[in-house]
Design a protein around this ligand. Sequence first.
Ligand code: AMP
Length: 227
Amino acid sequence: MSSLAPDHLVVFGRPGSGKSSLAERLAADHGYVLVRTGEMLREAVRRGDALGKRVEADLARGLLVADSVIADLLLAHLGAPDEHKLLFDGFPRTIEQVPILDRLERRLKFRIGCYLEIALDRSVAESRMTGRRVCPTCGATYHIRSQPPKTEEVCDRDGTKLERRKDDRPDVVALRQEVYQRQTDPILGYYRTHTPGRVRVVNGDQPFEAVYAEILQVLSGGPLTGR
Ligand code: AMP
C-alpha cells in the first residue's frame, strides 16, 4: 500500500460513472477510509430501523434524502480521522450540504485536499446503469454486457439469483441523472470558484483501469496538499 497526496478527498461523478467502484479501489490500494452516505442509508433500510423506514421511499424513487438526515448520519458515523485519510463518496450531494462538510472539517479537524470529478456523458451513464446487476447475498456487481456472470442472472460466487437495484430501473435512472445535474453539478462549480486548484477532472469514458490510472496520476501529480 502506498500513500498519495492529498490526504482527504471527495469524489464526484454522475450515477453510472463508476465513481463508487473507483473509490473502493482507491481505498483498498491507498488506505482511504470510505465515507459513503448511500451505503449508510441502504444499511439502515436493510436493518429496517426508524431511519431506514424514513428514507426507504426516497431511495427507491431516486430522490435525495433530506440534508438534515445526512448531517445527523455523518455526525453519528464519523470520528476524527487522526491518521486516516477520508474519501467521501456521495456527499456533498446538494449545495446545502457544502456547509455540512465545512462544519465536519472544522469539528473533526481535517481539510479536503481535492474534489475529484469522474466526467461522463449522461447517455453513456444511463446505459451502464440499466444493465447493472447485484448479488443480494454477497454484494458482487455485474453488468449484462461489459461484465456478465458466467451463467445469466446468477452470481458466480454463491449461485444467488442476481437482482437489479430498485434505483437502477430505467425510469429511476433518468430521474437520478436529472437530480445529479440539478443538485450535484452546481457543487463542482462552487468549489471551482471557492477552492481554485483543488478541483480535478478525469475522463470517465474509458475502461475502468484507464480511469483508475488517470486518477492516480492526477492525485500524485499536482501541487495539492492535504490537511
Ligand atoms: P448512492 O449509492 O450514493 O448513489 O446513493 C443512493 C441513494 O441514497 C441516492 O439516490 C439518495 O436517495 C440517497 N443519498 C445518498 N447520499 C445522499 C446525500 N449525500 N444526500 C441525499 N441523499 C443521498
